[in-house]
Design a protein around this ligand. Sequence first.
Ligand code: G1P
Length: 238
Amino acid sequence: MQQSLTSRNKRSIEDHFDKAYELETELELRNKHKLLPLAQGILPPHVSCLYIRQAEALGLGHAVLCAQPAIGNEPFAVILADDLIDSEPGALAQMVKLYEQQPTSILGVENVPREATSSYGIVETSMQNEGVQRITGIVEKPHPSIAPSTLAVVGRYILTPGVFDRLRHLKPGVGGEIQLTDGIAALMKEEAVLALPLQGIRYDCGSKLGYLQATVKFGLKHPETHQAFSAFLAENLQ
Ligand code: G1P
């Protein structure tokens, strides 16, 4: 089951994963049989989507709390879609593999330049084996001068349901928002929380540059666009 947190004016996400009757009929009528499976295959058959609206933008922690009625007392994953991670196996698959060995909360992390710490949740860790580290502290968007490390949380979390209770009792944190980071800091006092350095390349699609970089990188590697797009870029770089 895939759940998505949306809000007013974000209907396009629900529409994208819905059945596109008009488009499919149109493609059939025009004998565009190659395109038809593309339109029909957007959502794999084993996936069903559930959408929950966050009526007020009270922060990431609040958004996660909004999903509790649908999740119940199960471990779950949070994916922040603006962090696009290009990797094989996928970022979440890397984390699920670790979860199968150590069933506890896991955060996907990456080293960032010190001057960038104020854009991320930053973790403090004690070394474990093979890059996996146990988190001993986590702080939201610290100034570079006080950041406990340069290991940043990059929009992938596996969390135990214990985090819901912590989130419910939080006061607003950085930016006046209910921060998921603060909920994890509270959870950490009761349960082990691990940091897994992710393999792969991350694009910050929340920034204009990151979005452009991802578009170019994916355009260059897609078999359908690779050749023409490479030629176009080469032409424009001259
Ligand atoms: C959120 C989280 C932050 C995390 C970041 C990853 O911040 O609050 O802890 O490191 O995503 O992209 P946002 O980028 O929404 O400000």
